[in-house]
Design a protein around this ligand. Structure first.
Ligand SMILES: [Fe+2]
Length: 193
């Protein structure tokens, strides 16, 4: 059973995102956790003999399960790395290697953000042992295998519309000023063991 994490402390620490914007976003995240639990519960009792490509209760639940799962865990990754804490440490050299410089990586983040209605993820690609940016058009579509999520940027309109309207680039700039680099470093250390 998944349990929603309380991220309400971010209201006091994140700069440039209002209480209303953040609170609405927390509520949306809690909805994914609820749906994930509902799907997992129903899967326990659905008749697997009725599974079907066109339509079947079990099949529909299986098709939507990864939406609720990633909807839950991508939001947790985003809120965990959303807070102005620390400076880039270990990651600095890795960003230099992968993108040329930290500023060039930021340019890549901005360009990636306007290329998707959904997520931008900075990952540790285990196949090349290198940092990479990816874009996702849906919570559960577009993340290649063998990737560990180092940083998650929620670019869905619900993440910024209240404060920024359709001005996604300014929201991304705000996000880049609110990165919890301690969390990022901790994740990297874990992935690079
Ligand atoms: Fe979101």
């Amino acid at each position: 059973m998944a349990e929603a994490i309380d991220f309400s402390h971010l209201v006091d620490s994140v700069k440039g995102l209002s209480e209303k914007q953040l609170t609405q976003h927390f509520t949306l995240y809690q909805g994914y956790v609820k749906k994930l639990n509902e799907i997992e519960d129903k899967l326990k009792t659905e008749d697997k003999a009725k599974a079907n490509f066109s339509f079947g209760e079990f099949s529909e639940l299986m098709r939507r399960r990864s939406v609720a799962f990633n909807g839950t865990h991508l939001h947790e990754a985003y809120f965990e790395n959303l807070e102005p804490v620390g400076e880039p440490q270990q990651i600095k050299d890795l960003l230099n290697d992968a993108f040329g410089s930290v500023d060039k990586w930021k340019e890549d983040m901005k360009a990636s953000a306007v290329s998707t209605p959904g997520w931008v993820l900075l990952t540790w690609d285990k196949t090349e042992e290198k940092l990479k940016n990816w874009i996702l058009f849906e919570h559960n579509i577009g993340l290649p295998v063998h990737q560990n999520i180092v940083l998650a940027l929620d670019c869905w309109e619900h993440a910024f519309m209240i404060d920024y309207g359709i001005d996604k680039p300014t929201y991304v700039k705000t996000f880049l000023e609110n990165i919890n680099w301690d969390v990022v470093d901790k994740r990297l250390k874990e992935f690079m063991k």
